[in-house]
Write a protein that binds this ligand. Structure first.
Ligand code: FES
Length: 228
């Protein structure tokens, strides 16, 4: 199939964005946006900058906005996302763009660091016994949930679901005493800012049940250990 693909590009964070259009002949229905970018870059004098590592939906590096929807380029089939053969590719809009489709998502890590969202001791996962903990460890930190969230902005106090998911595992594992400071941070940086629209629920590329993790965390932080 033949696609008309527009890529929103930018030479640097100081330059204005511009569109570049391509006609792309797909080799099969399994062709992904990542396959398109790899293929087209072979012929471009000024290749499109984008991030990728695993090409297997495992690292989250290739998150971008494709026909208005945040998704992973390596997981997004052209045939599934096209509208009348047309596809528009843009960088994530909630983060500063560095160049073309690469943006600076360091705020995700800075947020986790600022609330000390880590376990001091080794945590051993058992999928059957620690389902919440196991699920929280699968988050790719790709930023797709933040892109779709009406309440998140990278300069704001609300840290969004990319912080809630890893914290949800810790809240499950730590004792009430160990988690006291983290529960305070959760309350002010996650619970207080979430409008519960759950727009993130169906956007997670790996299908995490964000609602379940959030309900469990809210229960731990607000009800089970409220006065501890
Ligand atoms: S390249 Fe790793 S998730 Fe797409």
């Amino acid at each position: 199939m033949r696609y008309e693909i527009v890529v929103l590009r930018r030479k640097s964070s100081d330059d204005k964005p511009y569109e570049q259009s391509f006609l792309y002949e797909s080799e099969g229905s399994a062709d992904t946006v990542a396959a398109f970018l790899i293929s087209i870059n072979k012929d471009l004098k000024d290749p499109i900058s984008w991030e990728c590592s695993c090409l297997q939906k495992k690292c989250g590096a290739c998150a971008m906005v494709i026909n208005g929807r945040p998704c992973l380029a390596c997981d997004c089939k052209l045939s599934d996302i096209q509208i009348n053969g047309k596809i528009r590719i843009e960088p994530l809009r909630k983060f500063p763009v560095i160049r073309d489709l690469i943006c600076d998502r360091s705020v995700l890590w800075e947020n986790l660091k600022s609330i000390r969202a880590w376990a001091e001791d080794d945590v051993k996962l058992k999928e059957d016994k620690d389902a919440i903990l196991f699920d929280s460890g699968k988050c790719l930190q790709c930023g797709c949930c933040l892109e779709i969230c009406p309440n998140f902005c990278s300069e704001g106090k609300f840290m969004g679901m990319s912080a809630m998911v890893p914290v949800s595992g810790l809240l499950q594992k730590l004792t009430p005493e160990q988690s006291r400071a983290l529960r305070r941070e959760y309350s002010s940086h996650i619970y207080a800012g979430c409008g519960k629209s759950l727009s993130c629920q169906n956007i997670c590329p790996i299908g995490l049940d964000i609602e379940k993790l959030m309900v469990n965390s809210n229960a731990i932080v607000l009800w089970k250990h409220l006065f501890m």
